[in-house]
Design a protein around this ligand. Structure first.
Ligand code: HOZ
Length: 429
């Protein structure tokens, strides 16, 4: 028996599904999860000493690749000073200042410990600031697992077929209005009906939790317009896209200024971090300045702040995102042409270092129903063939893939060689 299998058996005795986050259990793709013991650059190494080219990147944060020497060395230094004090430290302000300078829509920021905390808090602030209860979200967008956001959710909720979770009282979600992603008409219609009651629209500006779906031209502009017209706050959930699709996130790429932004993943360089921030007048409603309560024992942890600060310092290098974007685009284009050679209906989406692919004959996949209509059985066969050949993709057709700065031609060649075999396997049925 492989070591990963034995470890999984043991893990299942003590943790639900043997995991600490559901998609990791491989239920969607079949087979057993792989237990990793280390990562370096573009590669992961499992407990059976197999090497994998990694496109999960810890679900986004590892934009520099695993165990970047500069990040690790900074962490080693700061860890020697103590692991956390539950009191202010200079490094929190340094990271806050850095984020505010890169994302000018953020005038003030608060650090938390996860994306879930960030979005949950941003919603509370939007409600506190506007005095309204209703919120708009989009089908297939995932904003963490707080109660009011687990409605038509993407990511693991979609993967397990539970986009509306058990355990969430109907009254908690009565004020959550789910609309179709990229459907501006629906947005205008709901605002005509109840616009004055809507506290905020929360959106992943590039949806990354129903695979990867960019905004249709005009969609984000429409959100900004209706928010301005009805006094509603626009929240960009950039937990995934922040410092991933461009240095300034999706808001800089598409030129739309949200009122609030939620962040996570890259700003912690792999450590558990989240943050929310935005307009000064809105952020001044947060305790202790204002009456919207939010707090956290581990928030602003110096180890996490250091990992984030080092990572942001490195990705600010000129040309960093041009190369990342070009590499990711070339990878997707090459996969598309390999699929074509095998007559497999296949289409891809890509923004910066994020990508998604669909076994679909659609010219472009733009919303959740198209994602659901794609051939997920073909995805499973493809995923398992890639994994057997040492390529680690997310174990679900409803997650994005991530390229890091450590991926180079050698890794892309390995990936494409494996993809050619996987497409041939699919063709042979
Ligand atoms: N929901 C996360 C990605 N969209 C996956 C979390 C994990 O399993 O680590």
């Amino acid at each position: 028996m492989k070591r990963s299998e034995a470890l999984f058996e043991e893990a299942q005795k003590f943790m639900p599904g043997g995991v600490n986050s559901p998609v990791r259990a491989f239920l969607r793709v079949g087979g057993k999860p792989i237990f990793f013991k280390s990562g370096k650059g573009a590669y992961l190494y499992d407990e059976d000493d197999q090497e994998f080219v990694d496109y999960v990147a810890s679900w986004g944060p590892m934009i520099l690749g695993h165990a970047h020497p500069q990040v690790i060395s900074a962490l080693q230094k700061v860890a020697g000073n103590g692991l956390g004090f539950g009191a202010p430290t200079a490094i929190e302000t340094e990271l806050a200042k850095k984020i505010c300078s890169i994302m000018p829509s953020i005038e003030m920021i608060r650090m938390v410990n996860s994306g879930t905390e960030a979005t949950m808090s941003a919603i509370r602030i939007a409600r506190g600031f506007t005095g309204r209860d209703k919120i708009v979200k989009f089908e297939g967008c995932y904003h963490g697992h707080s109660d009011s956001l687990l409605v038509k959710a993407g990511s693991g909720a979609l993967t397990l077929g539970e986009p509306d979770s058990l355990g969430v009282p109907a009254s908690f979600v009565a004020n959550t209005l789910p609309l179709e992603f990229n459907n501006s008409d629906q947005v205008r219609e709901i605002f005509t009906q109840v616009g004055k009651e809507i506290a905020c629209i929360i959106v992943e500006p590039v949806a990354g939790n129903m695979s990867c779906i960019p905004p249709a031209p005009g969609f984000l502009e429409c959100l900004r317009e209706v928010c301005d017209e009805y006094g509603t706050l626009l929240i960009f959930d950039e937990v995934m896209t922040g410092f991933r699709v461009a240095l300034g996130g999706a808001q800089s790429l598409y030129g739309i200024q949200p009122d609030l932004t939620t962040l996570g993943k890259v700003i912690g360089g792999g450590m558990p971090v989240g943050a929310f921030g935005g307009r000064r007048d809105i952020m001044q409603t947060v305790a202790p300045l204002g009456k919207v309560y939010q707090a956290g024992t581990l928030s602003g942890n110096p180890i996490a702040m250091t990992a984030g600060l080092e990572t942001l310092g490195l990705i600010e290098a000129p040309g960093f995102f041009d190369t990342l974007n070009e590499n990711t685009r070339n990878l997707m284009m090459s996969m598309q042409s390999l699929a074509k050679d095998s007559d497999i209906p296949f289409t891809t989406n890509q923004v910066g270092g994020m990508f998604g692919f669909f076994f679909s004959s659609a010219h472009q996949v733009t919303n959740l129903s198209q994602v659901m209509n794609s051939n997920t059985d073909a995805f499973n066969i493809f995923f398992n063939s890639m994994l057997e050949q040492g390529i680690n993709l997310a174990p679900s057709p409803f997650e994005s893939g991530f390229v890091s700065a450590a991926h180079g031609q050698t890794e892309f060649d390995k990936t494409l060689a494996a993809a050619a075999v996987a497409f041939t396997t699919l063709k042979q049925g």
